[in-house]
Structure formats: structure tokens, C-alpha cells
Design a protein around this ligand. Structure first.
Ligand SMILES: [Zn+2]
Ligand SMILES: [Zn+2]
Length: 461
């Protein structure tokens, strides 16, 4: 709740309080909006409101992460221990002439539970403006500190990033078992910050499309089932309350896209005799040939004479074409294959979907083939609302993947309305590189950010 805690001639101090939810390991801010909704009056224009929103979210997240990290590093008692923290953020960017720096940070030495209190200073020109500011602040910070609220049932479609990392995932094991000097800052965080609070903890790239036509039933379409699938299920299926998978779509047959297929049985109904409805799985012919060798027992239809029944994932294999013109339907959603080069000797698939919001997901690419580029390019009148695109290394290039320079170049060429990047190695630091991308986005007029594991984007498909 936003609360006025003091005032002087030139303004008032307000306070927001939050707490660390040890069960879900997230910060929750106590926010209750105050009356009056007119942000357009006087000072609080829409732009001000947006600006304030992002600054407050960024500030509170950074503070929350900082204290959560400090707490974990100190390992003082259980998470139910107590820490009361007061942060005074004076004139938190509410006014152009305000001082936006934190004036001081105090911490109580007595620990009982982690709590966060953000105080900020408002210098209103009139009472009306003050009320509007209060309102803006009250509405600016969503519960759960900007992370989606998993406690409420979601009534519309969404994209959930189950994984945003490269094949070897992040942290890179070698950075932890044989640390460099100085140690890798991105990987070392995984030793102190829990994965669900650490945007630099990245599993294999995978996207879950939560497709829910208005008022209808939720259908869950999973793109890729990599080496880290089980970990992603335990972390994000539980957090976002995903009860099952309705269809699977594969981009290609590399280890980071398929080696979790054995674990699909864990998200299927239990039957010791395998007597269940098989989950449709869409893949191209090349991937099919490879999976017959990798997982013969998942492809085999009938038991051989004398063979015992063993419980395995039940899959209904469906071949799709490497062709933008050959769309297919998975759990009611029309999907268009987007063939791209993933190394000059290999065709991998990206996918495009969404009638109302046109999305393209391309997780493994070193070069666009012309047909695909035309299909998702603004200059051909096919502008994407959202592009989700591969980027492996921060610097340099790679023979089978786009790296940062090629990814940004492609985004400039395709001109989507918005883009998220996936497939990153430990060279990317989520906070640092998103700051860089903020400037880039402003310059180029296309909002681009690194995605992170667990990110959920509501979308009208
Ligand atoms: Zn590292
Ligand atoms: Zn690959």
C-alpha cells in the first residue's frame, strides 16, 4: 500500500512496503491503488506514467535482487528469518527537476523475515497533482514485483519462455568447477541467487504457447523438448500452473531441442500399459529419421513378440514440410513453418503463428533463406508484431548461429514491432545488455530485449 509518511513545505514522503515470499521465492509488493484514474491531467501524462512504471519496477527489482542475493550469501538462518530494510528513494523521477538517486539505505541488524520498504519523495505543484501522482504510483507497481501472478487463473493466451539459453545452458559448468580469474560474473550468480529469481540462469531454448481463445479451454503447445526439459517443468510448469502438454512442435533434432523427449511421459497421464491418447508431435522428415535412431522405443508402434510392456511417452508423430506455404494445425492453432539455415549444411525450422498478433519464433539460425525473410518482413507488407530470435554470443560470429551483431542487423531489416532475444550464452548479462538494448531500441525505434526463463507475455493470438 502506498502511504504518506511525512510532509514538508516542498513535498511529501510516501512509502511502499513489500515482503519476500519464501514459499514462492518472489518479492511481493503490497500495493493498493488510490482513487482517481485520470493520468492525462496536468503532470501525469501517459508518457510520465510509463516512464514511472519502468523506473519503479526496475528500481524495486534491483533492490529486491540485491537484498535477496545478500541474504543468500550470508545464509543467516532460514528464509523465514527477518530483515527489515528501509530504502529512501527521493523524488523518484516523478519530476524533471527531482533528484532520482537513492539518498540512503538502512538495514536493521535484527533478522526475522525479509521485508522491503521503498520510500519516495513527491514534490507536487498542487494537491490535485499530488493525488494523480499517488495514483500513478499505486497503479504503477504490479503485485509480485512485475513478475506474473501465478496465483490467479489466466484467462487469455500467453507465451511462456521455458528456456532462453544455448545448448550447454547457463551457468556454464566450467565457470563453476574451474573458475577463471576473475570468475565469470554471469555464471557465479547461480551459486547465490535461486534460478527462478535469476534472469541469467538459462535452460535450453523452448517456448510454451498457452492458447486460450476467448472463454475457451487452454491448449498448451510446446516448442522443443531439450536436455533441460525436466528442470523447466519442475520450475515453470508449477509456477505458471501448466497441467499438461497438448501438442509438441520441434524445430530440429539437435540435442538441445529433443533430448528431453523421454521425460514427456512425466507430463502425460499415468498408464502402466501405455494405454493413453498419444500427444501429437510435429517435426520435419529429417528430424523424424534422426529420432528413429535416437529414441527407437518412442517411435515403435507395436511390441515385438515376447517383448515386455514398459512405460514410455506416447507420441503421435506428424511430418511437416520445410515450407512457408505448408501450414499445419496444432491443438487448434495454425502454425507456419519458417525454414532457415542453421549452418550452411542444415535446415532448421522456425515457426510463425497468431491471427491477431503475428509472432515468429526462430531459435536456431545462421542465415535467412529468401522465402522465409519475405514472409516476415515489413517491406513485403508482412510486418511481425513480435519476433523471437536467436543470438548466441555477445561479440563476434558463429558458423551455425546468429550472434548479437547479426541478430540486431536482421531485426533492423525485418522491422518487427517488437523483438525478444533467446539462445544466449554466459557472455550475455541480462541487466547490462538490456540496458544497452534500451538505448538501441530508442535509436532504432524497435523495442528489443533479452528474454529470460519464466517470462510470460499475455498475447491475443
Ligand atoms: Zn560463465
Ligand atoms: Zn541446433
Amino acid at each position: 500500500m502506498v502511504r504518506k509518511i511525512g510532509s514538508k513545505n516542498n513535498g511529501c514522503t510516501f512509502q511502499l512496503k513489500g515482503w519476500y515470499d519464501a514459499t514462492h521465492k518472489v518479492w511481493r509488493l503490497n500495493t493498493t491503488s488510490i482513487a482517481s484514474r485520470d493520468f492525462s491531467r496536468d503532470l501525469c501524462t501517459t508518457a510520465d506514467h510509463c516512464f514511472l512504471y519502468w523506473r519503479l519496477c526496475a528500481l524495486t527489482r534491483r533492490l529486491a535482487d540485491y537484498f535477496a542475493t545478500a541474504y543468500h550469501q550470508k545464509r543467516q538462518g532460514s528464509l523465514y528469518g527477518w530483515a527489515y530494510t528501509t530504502i529512501i528513494a527521493r523524488s523518484l523521477c516523478l519530476f524533471p527537476d527531482g533528484d532520482s538517486k537513492l539518498s540512503h539505505v538502512q538495514r536493521s541488524p535484527s533478522y526475522r523475515s525479509l521485508a522491503l520498504c521503498v520510500s519516495f519523495w513527491i514534490t507536487p505543484k498542487s494537491q490535485q497533482q499530488q493525488a494523480a501522482c499517488m495514483d500513478a504510483v499505486g497503479n504503477a507497481i504490479p503485485e509480485n514485483n512485475g513478475y506474473s501472478n501465478s496465483d490467479e487463473p489466466h484467462s487469455s493466451s500467453a507465451l511462456i519462455f521455458l528456456g532462453t539459453g544455448c545448448s550447454s545452458a547457463v551457468p556454464n559448468a566450467i565457470c563453476l568447477i574451474k573458475p577463471s580469474d576473475p570468475p565469470c560474473q554471469v555464471c557465479v550468480q547461480s551459486l547465490s541467487v535461486p534460478p527462478e529469481r535469476n534472469p541469467n540462469y538459462r535452460c535450453n531454448t523452448s517456448l510454451l504457447i498457452d492458447c486460450c481463445p476467448s472463454g475457451g479451454e487452454h491448449k498448451y503447445i510446446l516448442i522443443d523438448v531439450g536436455k533441460t526439459f525436466r528442470e523447466q517443468v519442475l520450475r515453470w510448469f508449477t509456477y505458471h500452473k501448466i497441467p499438461h502438454v497438448d501438442s509438441i512442435v520441434l524445430t530440429h533434432e539437435h540435442a538441445d531441442a529433443v533430448l528431453g523427449l523421454d521425460d514427456i511421459r512425466a507430463v502425460q497421464p499415468f498408464s502402466p500399459t501405455n494405454d493413453i491418447e498419444p500427444t501429437p508431435i510435429f517435426l520435419n522428415q529429417h528430424a523424424m529419421e534422426s529420432l528413429k535412431v535416437k529414441f527407437p522405443y518412442l517411435v515403435q508402434k507395436k511390441l515385438k513378440a515376447g517383448q515386455e510392456v514398459r512405460r514410455v511417452a506416447q507420441l503421435d508423430w506428424k511430418i511437416i514440410e520445410n515450407d512457408c506455404k505448408s501450414s499445419f494445425v496444432a491443438s487448434g492453432l495454425e502454425i507456419v513453418p519458417l525454414p532457415v539455415m542453421h549452418g550452411e549444411d542444415y535446415v532448421c525450422l522456425g515457426f510463425s503463428f497468431g491471427k491477431n498478433t503475428k509472432v515468429a519464433y526462430i531459435s536456431d539460425i545462421s542465415r535467412f533463406i529468401e522465402e522465409t525473410e519475405l514472409y516476415i518482413s515489413k517491406r513485403e507488407g508482412h510486418q511481425l508484431d513480435l519476433l523471437i530470435l536467436d543470438t548466441l554470443y555477445r561479440n563476434n560470429s558463429h558458423n551455425t548461429h546468429f550472434c548479437f551483431p547479426q541478430t540486431l542487423e536482421a531485426i533492423k531489416r525485418l522491422q518487427p514491432k517488437r523483438a525478444y532475444l533467446i539462445g544466449m550464452t554466459h557472455e550475455f548479462d541480462h541487466h547490462r545488455d538490456n540496458e544497452f538494448l534500451k538505448d538501441w531500441s530508442k535509436r532504432e525505434g524497435i523495442p528489443v530485449q533479452l528474454a529470460h526463463d519464466g517470462l510470460r507475455i499475455p498475447i491475443h493470438l
